[in-house]
Design a protein around this ligand. Structure first.
Ligand SMILES: *[C@@H]1O[C@H](CO)[C@@H](O)[C@H](O)[C@H]1NC(C)=O
Ligand SMILES: *[C@@H]1O[C@H](CO)[C@@H](O)[C@H](O)[C@H]1NC(C)=O
Ligand SMILES: *[C@@H]1O[C@H](CO)[C@@H](O)[C@H](O)[C@H]1NC(C)=O
Ligand SMILES: *[C@@H]1O[C@H](CO)[C@@H](O)[C@H](O)[C@H]1NC(C)=O
Ligand SMILES: *[C@@H]1O[C@H](CO)[C@@H](O)[C@H](O)[C@H]1NC(C)=O
Ligand SMILES: *[C@@H]1O[C@H](CO)[C@@H](O)[C@H](O)[C@H]1NC(C)=O
Ligand SMILES: *[C@@H]1O[C@H](CO)[C@@H](O)[C@H](O)[C@H]1NC(C)=O
Ligand SMILES: *[C@@H]1O[C@H](CO)[C@@H](O)[C@H](O)[C@H]1NC(C)=O
Length: 680
């Protein structure tokens, strides 16, 4: 018992532990006094915002592999729920997702990639639950920060999205939310319920109210006081609850969901975060579903929330991806437990472990299959999750014995699956089948190491998915990149253009395609005409899309631009070394070249807002005409040519050393881009 003595010595310094030795502890696992809450599934969010952007353009083989690791049952994360953003034409954390109705007269179900990812998820798991939630809304539904100006109009807009899913994509949406982490309106929720019922979507459940942190459960009071509101809402969802709800929420009886959680880098800490919240959201908060933000880190490195996906696939140009450790700690629950299983009551298979960590037990509807999931994340070595834990606690190695009482006592063997997170530089183990262990007279013992996850299960179906052969190596963004936009279908987004503000869509060229006067083909068009109802705290109204590699210093960007005479923007720009994104995109600095149609000028500026103009000159600009802009930055020199003629070539002292290339417009309004070339 050398380990035990050593631990006792350590405890001398700790008043609370002076007379204990982390020995063996007994826990009862029993269904005989009934089961507790229904398990509602583990999921992840694509969107909020634009998190799956780069996956779409992956080589097909690698793209299918990534989707398998996320959605295929008995393979990887094997998710039960896919929640997507209902694009609202506004920046929603990392990028902007397109709305299905930019305006009251515009309706289209081919935009973005959420339809596609939902179909791919369904292909792999026909039972996957689909949920949708708006982060933002197009501007015609209200103003600035208010989508409830006309609640019937907003409900109609959301129900059209559900109808579009069904009619155009044969997708059944199961759950719909209100407004991500923003005010909810009780009247709106009632009207949404009525509209859903009237249009054939009685089965679509409403989740309320996706508020954040401690405020998440306040909605319970409102539900209690309003019968119609209460009847409209199927489950209560809170974000980043730190594994706790309130006694009032627990007593209320409606299912409690952690409808957005995790938001941690997909390293060992992130894997530990998933393991902890998947257990402790139930142990502490009786939450029966946990949904991770986000599904996949499929956005540029060096934009916001770098690495905050269950895994990473952000290099479509190389095809490289990484199956990160959170996939495997998620698998400990998802591969064995299915929606409709039940948790066992606290003290009968659910609880915290005496020397730190937690365990949950779940049984199948026929109560014959059993899973026990144990996690021992030591929160004094890492703060694993957002808002969690509330009080760091030390976890010790310990031995545990489960007594499978009563009917569960008939179980003779259990499969043991194990992960260990090497948070102290020791080697990690991910989702390893350690074989079958014997249960003798209902008794099973297990030594537990710290920062580990264990699943004991009657099911023999667990499987650690893997891909044969060599994976493509990582590579940085190609040094020569061209796109004439002709290979896409109308309304698609262009590969690798990460829209930050505004919406850039493929549209057939009007008249001649470009500067070269080629007939036919496509252009990339900024289509937003007025400001959306924002999610970010700042109103951002200068559309732009990023492309390239944030680490680049010198580069040249060439693009053809055309501003028409209908609903036109005031000007267009091309930029290099653009260094901001997400909700702070408006602060982006770099070197910008503007062609301003309203004042008939060109301008070179350090910033998007043109508060730091370096130089400017008159320029005769005509609507409906193509101009070819070539911007080149090299060290302290910037050169710009328009239609082959130099308009600017001077020393421009470097401020920010590096950043992305960008194209954009000076104000909301239409502008076309074509024949884009970026070289490092
Ligand atoms: C667990 O049990 C094993 C075998 O009986 C023993 O060697 C070990 O010291 C125990 N560990 C703890 C932490 O008590
Ligand atoms: C609200 O929207 C509905 C449906 O779009 C429309 O019929 C109604 O006229 C609008 N009400 C007002 C006050 O604008
Ligand atoms: C639509 O999806 C259902 C499954 O949800 C499937 O049974 C049916 O065949 C699909 N219909 C079409 C036209 O693809
Ligand atoms: C992406 O970012 C991560 C973390 O910042 C870094 O470790 C990694 O090297 C970056 N990858 C590339 C290709 O730049
Ligand atoms: C479970 O079994 C253990 C050992 O057989 C026994 O000590 C314990 O009282 C039982 N618990 C319940 C709740 O029946
Ligand atoms: C321009 O805007 C008006 C309404 O503001 C709209 O009716 C028209 O379709 C728009 N045209 C284009 C090309 O966007
Ligand atoms: C750019 O100019 C700064 C001074 O403005 C100077 O310190 C720096 O060395 C110059 N860099 C290059 C690459 O010439
Ligand atoms: C962008 O560059 C400016 C200098 O041009 C700098 O002040 C700012 O901190 C940079 N922003 C980021 C997010 O790096």
């Amino acid at each position: 018992m050398a380990l035990c003595r050593k631990l006792s010595f350590l405890f001398v310094a700790n008043l609370f532990f002076t007379n204990v030795c982390a020995g063996n502890t007994d826990y009862t696992v029993s269904v005989d006094s009934g089961v507790a809450r229904r398990f509602d599934g583990i999921g992840a969010i694509s969107g909020g915002g634009a998190t799956s952007k780069l996956l779409v353009n992956y080589p097909l083989k690698e793209r299918a592999e990534v989707l398998d690791f996320l959605f295929k049952p008995q393979y990887g994360a094997s998710l039960h729920i896919l929640k997507v953003e209902i694009g609202g034409d506004a920046q929603s954390s990392i990028g902007t997702e397109s709305s299905h109705m930019h305006d009251s007269w515009d309706e289209n179900y081919q935009r973005g990639y959420e339809w596609w990812i939902m179909k791919e998820a369904k292909k792999r798991n026909p039972d996957i639950i689909l949920a949708g939630l708006p982060w933002a809304f197009p501007g015609w539904l209200g103003y600035a920060w208010w989508p409830y100006e006309n609640i019937s109009r907003t409900a109609d807009y959301v129900v059209r999205w559900i109808e579009g899913a069904a009619k155009v994509h044969n997708l059944t949406i199961d759950i719909i939310g209100i407004w991500n982490e923003k005010p909810y309106d009780v009247g709106y929720v009632k009207v949404l319920r009525k509209t859903l019922d009237a249009r054939g979507f009685k089965n679509v459940q409403i989740i309320a109210a996706d508020q954040i942190g401690i405020d998440s459960w306040d909605v319970v009071d409102v539900l209690k006081k309003d019968k119609e509101f209460n009847a409209a809402v199927s489950m209560i969802g809170g974000h980043y609850p730190g594994t706790y709800t309130t006694d009032e929420a627990k007593k209320f009886g409606k299912p409690l969901w952690s409808s957005e959680d995790y938001s941690t880098r997909n390293d060992e800490r992130g894997a530990g975060c998933m393991a902890r919240i998947l257990n402790q959201n139930y142990v502490n908060g009786l939450m029966t579903s946990t949904i991770a933000w986000n599904l996949l880190d499929s956005y540029y490195n060096d934009t916001w929330y770098n690495g905050h996906g269950l895994m990473t696939a952000n290099q479509p140009w190389s095809g490289h991806y990484k199956v990160s450790s959170p996939i495997w700690t998620t698998a400990h629950t998802t591969q064995f437990t299915q929606v409709g299983w039940h948790y066992l009551p606290h003290g009968h298979g659910v609880g915290t472990l005496k020397f730190g960590g937690s365990y949950v037990s779940l049984v199948s509807p026929d109560r014959k299959q059993l899973n026990i999931i144990i996690e021992t994340m030591d929160t004094t070595t890492a703060d694993f999750c957002v808002n969690e834990p509330q009080q760091p606690s030390k976890v010790l190695p310990q031995n545990i014995t489960f007594h499978l009482n009563g009917t569960l006592g008939k179980i003779q063997t259990l499969q043991l699956w194990y992960s260990h997170l090497g948070l102290h530089k020791e080697e990690s183990v991910y989702f390893k089948h350690l074989g079958e262990i014997k249960v003798t007279n209902g008794v099973v013992s297990l030594p537990l190491t710290v920062n580990s996850v264990y699943t004991l299960t009657t099911l023999k179906t667990g499987h650690k998915g893997s891909v044969l052969g060599r994976q493509p190596s990582p590579r940085s963004f190609p040094p020569i990149y061209k796109d004439n936009f002709d290979s896409y279908a109308a309304y698609e987004e262009a590969a690798n253009f990460a829209q930050q503000v505004g919406v850039f869509e493929i549209r057939p060229a009007e008249g001649s395609k470009s500067h070269n006067h080629v007939a036919g083909g496509n252009v990339l068009r900024q289509v937003l005409l007025y400001a959306p109802i924002h999610w970010c705290p700042t109103l951002m109204v200068q559309p732009f899309a990023l492309i390239g590699d944030y680490k680049w210093h010198d580069m040249s960007v060439t693009v053809d631009v055309r501003v028409g005479h209908v609903n036109a923007t005031d000007g267009v720009f091309v930029a290099a070394r653009v260094n901001n994104s997400g909700c702070t995109a408006f602060l982006a600095k770099g070197i910008y070249f503007f062609l301003l149609f309203d004042i008939q000028q060109w301008q070179v500026s350090y910033d998007l807002a043109r508060t730091e103009v370096i130089s400017h000159g008159d320029y005769h600009l005509s609507h409906d005409q193509w101009y070819k802009i070539a911007l080149k930055v090299k060290g302290n020199f910037t050169a710009v040519r328009v239609d082959g003629k130099t308009v600017f070539n001077k020393e421009v002292p470097v401020r920010n050393k590096n950043g992305f290339a960008a194209i954009g417009t000076d104000t909301l309004g239409l502008a076309d881009f074509d024949n884009f070339v970026l070289t490092a």
